[in-house]
Design a protein around this ligand. Structure first.
Ligand SMILES: *Cc1c(COP(=O)(O)O)cnc(C)c1O
Length: 342
């Protein structure tokens, strides 16, 4: 398939803004090119517009070439760049499969692009035929969230592969929670699928929601297009510094991960014992849906004790469900105690 046909004409024709730091990077030691303040305070210089150090570390961790990586100010920015590269407002459409991450729909609204809905099946699996039936010549993007938020389950790789092969669209696979699973990332298969984009983030398993760093993996061609439209200095220096520091500490990362997964098992086991819990949806993530007879009562009671969970009971296929994030051992204990009292 020819991905260039899916890109907006104006974007294809764009010449990117060329920043001072684009033109001369390494060798100089006197920088009088960017109207910066010369007095050193750690952040007086513009940051590296291509974040080469962070990408090099990510490339090593993820086994994906730096040329296939773009970083964004959170996945939010990555997703927005994808819309702006592919979707002509008031003309093109995208497909989402609710219940899923709310940002796809919000960004469709912001970019004035039609959001076509092909719901997940009741068991939260992908409905290939449902998706296929919504695709037309103006369909540019199909969003697949795996593991899915809010249901927590991973989606079937065989169906995703069928979508990549048979539907003439970009398939955006949001792997925000992939680090909690032992699944192989789709980012390792970029060479097979020119229409594949994979999003990850440092916001969840890496514990860096506050620095806003989203990761996009795609073909060199797509990364080149997204680089043309991203703000030149979209990842600030403090974020780059902190990301490098934390990405270096793989031992801390895997220790934290082990604790969260261990706590998830305990939390699920304690909750399923409680008479007011109807069921727990099996999850590959650091959260899960728990179904209650009276979710509103549970939500309000927890809230009164200063414990906030997410009410997803109005979402498709999520009747009675609250979404619960696995917290620290102390937080989880508080939650269980509060639930026991209801
Ligand atoms: C939390 C989450 C993200 C992360 O977004 P950031 O902007 O990187 O913090 C992305 N996708 C899904 C499905 C999420 O749940």
């Amino acid at each position: 398939m020819d991905v260039s046909k899916l890109i907006r004409e104006n974007v294809k024709a764009l010449l990117p803004y060329s920043s001072a730091r684009d033109e001369f990077s390494s060798v100089a030691d006197v920088y009088l090119d960017a109207n910066e303040n010369p007095f050193e305070n750690g952040v007086n210089r513009y940051p590296d517009p291509y974040q080469n150090k962070v990408k090099s570390k990510l490339s090593q961790l993820k086994g994906v070439s730096e040329k296939n990586i773009l970083l964004g100010n959170g996945s939010d920015e990555v997703l927005d760049l994808i819309y702006r590269a592919f979707c002509e407002p008031l003309q093109d459409n995208i497909i989402t499969s609710p219940p899923t991450y709310g940002m796809y729909k919000v960004l469709a609204g912001i970019n004035n692009v039609e959001n076509r809905i092909a719901p997940l099946n009741k068991d939260f699996s992908l409905d290939f035929e449902g998706i296929k039936s919504k695709v037309d010549a103006q369909t540019k993007l199909i969003f697949v969230c795996s593991p899915n938020n809010p249901s927590g389950n991973s989606l079937d790789d065989a169906i995703i592969e069928k979508m990549l092969n048979e539907l003439n669209c970009i398939v955006v696979i949001d792997e925000a929670y992939i680090d909690f699973t032992n699944k192989k990332s789709w980012a390792t298969r970029l060479n097979e699928f020119p229409n594949l984009i994979v999003c990850q983030t440092l916001s969840k398993a890496w514990g860096l929601a506050g620095i806003r760093l989203g990761i996009c993996f795609a073909s060199e061609y797509i990364i080149g297009i997204l680089n043309k439209i991203k703000p030149p200095y979209n990842i600030n220096q403090l974020t780059q510094n902190k990301a490098l520091e934390v990405l270096e500490d793989e031992i801390q990362f895997s220790n934290n991960l082990k604790v969260i997964l261990f706590e998830k098992k305990n939390l699920e086991a304690s909750m399923i014992e409680l008479p007011l819990v109807i069921k727990i949806i099996p999850s590959d993530s650091n959260f899960f849906l728990a179904q209650f007879e009276n979710p509103k009562l549970v939500f309000d009671t927890l809230m009164n004790q200063g414990i906030v969970v997410r009410d997803r009971s109005k979402e498709l296929h999520c009747e009675g469900c609250l979404r619960i994030t696995v917290g620290s051992p102390e937080e989880n204990k508080k939650l269980i105690e509060a639930l026991r009292k209801i």
